[in-house]
Design a protein around this ligand. Structure first.
Ligand code: NDP
Ligand code: AKG
Length: 484
């Protein structure tokens, strides 16, 4: 026997009904910083694996729901502790498979551990209400119950934190889970599975099926025994999942893209403005749905801000995510890089002064961070999510115009303002049409214990993370009793 969940020839397997199960085929996971470096071979599965995983989850769920909150909490707490113990190792694996810089990668693994510990607590707090009836002698009880089997479909950009923030509340609420991670980054999900196995998750309560979205994800979404789907990824796939869930009457939760504005007013502290823009636009190679991809800058500070940000951009160190002095790693894949480069060309064709943005002469998928100076909000490069290290700089006259431009987007995930004015900070917080609003902070980088989500085309369904996450993973029951 090799490592847990590996075949003798080193292929990492699915996890179905407490057993490690081979796929139909094998995919390669490679390091985007050095594509010749193989991280590992992973099972690629088909519809039969989804069938088996859903059947396992269906069989196991009633006993998990009937377990005491303490039993569920203990498993989650053990998983949280193991994730924390292994945060450095998982961070290194994450940096190698996804490409984010090591401190961010270790931070993400730590965040996954904190999420499990948080939901170990929430498992103990599933509560109800006793309400007096309007009729004499009648008592009413409102409770929350698990949904049954839930399907979780996750993207590549947060390969351990996003699975964690879907799996942990789903299990805390008493559901059984089938997780389908992105094919580009299966290694972190495999480690999470190993950890849940070691933490004593009962067979069938948690299942991992790796494979293509169009096959495994689709089969999960269409399956009649799956009660709910929680998805994070692109708007196009999210939309198709919502339609499939409507056909089969499933509960659905979608977290999708953003074109997040960071407003910089004339009175902003320039250092804060540059720090927020640099972090929000370029860190994690811009591959965050909360990235600041539109910098909306008041004319009085515009030139000074652009020059200071450009100098900071040029000082960023791009390189191997595992090296201590690296700020920014590679783009996740050749495909994603080629899409980013198309947008750089588009911004130039639309009339922007493009600073940076070219492919670097490195071995991997490296791209220089890009500013599209002189952009307008009507340009396609300012309206479509790029999901790379690119930000449009849009000049505005005053706060009212800044707010109008910030809100003029199909998306509404996060937004930010840099100002020293309480009046404008308050007005922005109140009038921004985004689910998360930041003042003198980057638009990206959120806490794990409060609601996460957006409006308009960014999100559908109830919020993820924090206590509100339990809303999605439970259904309400209102029970009436004639007590005499
Ligand atoms: N909001 C966010 O956090 C994210 C947004 N994006 C956006 O999406 C763009 C493309 O990224 P990409 O990874 O292709 O995002 P996708 O939406 O294609 O992928 C997200 C997840 O959905 C799966 N999936 C794909 N097709 C289907 C389907 N028909 N039914 C069910 N599940 C499916 C994927 O599987 P698999 O990939 O294994 O085939 C993956 O696990 C990015 O450029 C960015 O704009 C991407 C990632 C995260
Ligand atoms: O900004 C963050 O901390 C989270 C971003 C995120 O969840 C995403 O990009 O999918």
């Amino acid at each position: 026997m090799g490592k847990l969940g590996w075949t003798m020839s080193g292929i990492r397997k699915n996890y179905i009904y407490g057993r490690w199960v081979e796929g139909d085929a094998v995919t390669e996971n490679r390091n985007p910083a050095r594509p010749q470096e193989l991280i590992g071979y992973f099972a690629s599965s088909g519809v039969a694996h989804v069938e088996a995983a859903v059947a396992a989850a269906r069989a196991a769920q009633p006993a998990w729901a009937a377990a005491t909150p303490q039993q569920r909490s203990d498993v989650l707490a053990r998983a949280g502790a193991k994730l924390l113990e292994r945060a450095d190792e998982i961070g290194r694996l994450l940096a190698r498979e996804e490409g984010k810089a090591l401190p961010e990668a270790i931070g993400e693994a730590t965040r996954a551990a904190q999420i499990f510990s948080f939901f170990a607590g929430e498992a103990l707090r599933v509560s109800g209400q006793k309400i007096a009836s309007v009729r004499p002698g009648v008592e009413i009880e409102v409770t929350r119950e698990p949904l049954g089997v839930v399907g979780l479909i996750t993207p590549w950009n947060f390969p351990i934190a996003i699975p964690a923030w879907k799996v942990a509340p789903a299990l805390a609420a008493g559901n059984a889970v089938v997780l389908k991670p992105a094919e580009l980054t299966p290694a972190c999900a495999h480690v999470l599975t190993e950890i849940l196995h070691e933490a004593g998750i009962p067979a069938g309560v948690f299942n991992l099926v790796m494979g293509q979205g169009s096959l495994v994800g689709q089969a999960l979404t269409d399956h009649p025994d799956v009660a709910a789907i929680s998805f994070t990824g692109s708007e196009a796939v999210g939309r198709s999942i919502a339609m499939a869930c409507a056909r089969t009457m499933k509960k659905v939760q979608l977290e999708m893209g953003g074109k997040n504005p960071l407003v910089v007013l004339d009175d902003a502290d320039i250092e804060t403005a540059v720090r927020c823009a640099l972090n929000g636009a370029f860190f994690s190679t811009g591959q965050r749905c909360t990235a600041s991809s539109r910098l909306i800058v008041q004319k009085g500070i515009h030139d000074k801000f652009v020059e200071a940000l450009d100098a900071a951009r040029l000082a960023l160190r791009l390189g191997d995510p595992l090296q201590a002095d690296t700020d920014i790693g590679p783009v996740v894949s050749e495909n994603q890089l080629s899409g980013n480069l198309d947008y750089v060309a588009l911004a130039a064709a639309e009339g922007c002064e493009v600073r940076g943005g070219g492919r670097l002469n490195h071995e991997g998928f490296f791209q220089a961070p890009a500013l599209f100076v002189g952009a307008t909000n009507a340009m396609r490069s300012s309206r479509e999510e790029i999901f790379g290290p690119c930000a449009s700089v849009i000049a505005v006259c005053d706060f009212d115009e800044a707010l109008a431009v910030a809100n003029d987007t199909r998306f509404g995930l996060s937004s930010g303002i840099v100002t020293q004015s309480l009046k404008y900070a308050t007005a922005f917080r109140q009038k921004s049409q985004a689910g998360m609003v930041m003042t003198n902070l980057p638009t990206a980088g959120v806490d794990y214990h409060v609601p996460f989500g957006g409006r308009k085309a960014s999100s559908l369904g109830s919020r993820e993370q924090g206590p509100m996450a339990m809303e999605f993973y439970t259904g309400v029951k209102t029970a009436y009793e004639f007590a005499g």
